[in-house]
Design a protein. Sequence first.
Length: 524
Amino acid sequence: MGTRAQSAPPRLVKTGPSTQLLVDGKPFLILGGELGNSSSSSTAYLQPVWPKLQAMHLNTVFAPVYWELLEPTEGRFDFKLVDELLADARRHQLKLVLLWFGAWKNSMSVYAPAWVKTDPSRFPRATDAQGHPQEILTPFSAANLEADKKAFVRLMQHLKQTDSRTHTVLMVQVENEIGMLPEARSYDAAAQAAFAQPVPEPLLTYLQRNSASLRPEFAAQWQRHGAKTQGTWTEVFGPGVATDEIFQAWYYADFTNTLAAAGKAAYPLPMYVNAALNYRADRLPGQYPSAGPLPHLADVWEAGAPSIDILAPDYYNPNFRYWSDLFTRNGRPLFTPEIAFEPGDDAKALYAFGHYNCLSFSPFSIESTDKPAQEPIGKAYDLLQQITPLLTKYQPLGAVRGFLQAKDSAAGHATLGDYRFTVKHDYTLGWAPDAKKPDWPLAGGLIISVAPDEFYVVGNSLVINCEPTAAGKKAGFVSIDEGRFVNGAWVPGRRLNGDQNHQGRHIRLEPGSYAIQHVKLYAY
Ligand code: DGJ
């Protein structure tokens, strides 16, 4: 890579079916963890945390930057914490994704500095339908936007000055889990005035230009009311809380976009927003944090916030596939900024990078472990780190498949090269002592095809059968070698045969093995 690619800031590029994050000219997979909310407010508090992160093979830390501490007095900025964070990350060979806890954090505005929070006549609040003010800055206020934007731009300018050569900071999250409560929209005076106005032109144009590819539930809301191309919010989307939420989402997106565009003008890092997912289908807008970058509002957010590169889910329930499928509609990349730090993350990480070509994985409150060296996520990250060059080379060619197997999963199937693979949880063999237990841990992995008959199989607790795509033939193993990639070069260990491949019947990644196996097949 030339010097230009090396000095360019991290950036997102579309490569074949996948989106890649290029850092110093090379595709980078974020093997991350997010710090607890208050952890990066003290440099000293983080000191014992850094070695833990290294022991778990993280390459990136998601760390908040707090508006209240960055600009404690209006117009006076204190970058000490940010500078120390960058210095410590570099000392520990870690990258950073910075989380801007600005106007909104989990719907609320608790990270706004005191001079903002205590002056509601200058920095107005969202209100409920009865006019009661909430601890939420309204997005319908130029003063709120201006104040938040000024601080955010100062942060980006500072990153440009201090990090544009080193690229320790890879991306920035704008705000955190934006959402409206306890109503689907605000009823403050400016919001009321905006609600009486026609739907803004850019959203109407977007609807018409993209009518064939709108997410179906959003298209249905528009079509149910006549697919109108002009009118007020209630005329275009109908009366009710669903329309209230669309309206509020548009103005949240617009506010966030102004921030992101101004921040990128200072220093153009990729930027994303994260969503608090609504796990209960029976809850109406206003009953869950509403109007954030949720799947049913993705079109509104994409239309309103073109400077935001990615809408990202925060996973705090088991339906990993369901939400990932929703967030990757229309070819959008999967980016995981937060997932509950719990058993099964290792399998989900391997699956997410293999199946969704995801850009990032990141358990929340990553520093909370006392046994970092034993954490399964660290074992999965060790594998993913080793195979990053291979994965990022073959993902754009469509030559990678991921698997996630629970006790009740149907077998996974994939055709790669000249072979078809059937992937099951290892416990289906009945050989592992724990296979008799009622609960099985999640198993995950991936297969990379480097030639029509040559594969790397990566993961844990899976058993895999192979058959040729050519009719009437069976598959045999030329060889199976376990091994590791050391600085990108394959270093084989044992030749696996006999009991280890059940006398040529299958590939087995034994429970707890977190293995890479190099497999060559032939047909007979
Ligand atoms: C999601 C938020 O984005 C995080 O900051 C944190 O509050 C977790 N929820 C839960 O602890």
